[in-house]
Ligand binder design. Structure first.
Ligand code: SF4
Length: 127
C-alpha cells in the first residue's frame, strides 16, 4: 500500500490551524509514518490546490495500491469541495481519504494520520 499525503493550511488564516506548523509537518510525517510523501499547500480548495490534487489523483489512477490522504477541513466539507476534481479523474472514491486536521497541533495531526493508516491496514475497520 502506498499513501500519498496532501495537507492544507487553509490559507494560513483560519484559527482552526493556529497551532499547526505546515513548514515542519510534512517532514515529520515522512519521518515518522509509512507514507510515500507528504506535501503542503496553502489552499487545496483554491484554483492551484485543485489543479495539484487533480494531478496527484490522475497520476495514481492506475495504481490500485495507492491511497491519497487529504488532511484539511472536515470530511463533509472536503466531499463538497473536491467532488468535481474526483469526478474529473478515474481515481477510486474509496482510495480518497479525507481527514480533519483542524484544531490540533502537529503531534495531534501525526496521531490522526497514524490512526487513519491503521484503519486502512485493518480491513474490518471502516475508514
Ligand atoms: S480545503 Fe478546507 S482547509 Fe483547505 S483552504 Fe479549503 S476550506 Fe480551508
Amino acid at each position: 500500500m502506498k499513501i500519498k499525503t496532501l495537507l492544507c493550511n487553509c490559507k494560513g488564516l483560519s484559527p482552526s490551524f493556529q497551532h499547526t506548523d505546515l513548514n515542519t509537518l510534512p517532514f515529520d510525517l515522512e519521518s515518522d509514518l509509512d507514507v510515500e510523501y507528504a506535501a503542503a499547500h496553502p489552499q487545496l480548495c483554491g484554483h492551484g490546490g485543485k489543479a495539484l490534487l487533480e494531478d496527484v489523483l490522475r497520476a495514481a489512477e492506475d495504481e490500485p495500491d495507492t491511497y491519497v490522504l487529504v488532511g484539511a477541513c472536515a470530511p463533509d466539507a472536503q466531499t463538497k469541495l473536491f467532488k468535481k476534481v474526483l469526478r474529473a479523474t478515474g481515481f477510486p472514491e474509496d482510495h480518497f481519504i479525507r481527514l480533519d486536521i483542524q484544531n490540533t497541533t502537529n503531534d495531534g495531526i501525526l496521531d490522526r494520520v497514524r490512526a487513519k493508516i491503521v484503519s486502512l491496514t485493518t480491513p474490518e475497520k471502516p475508514h
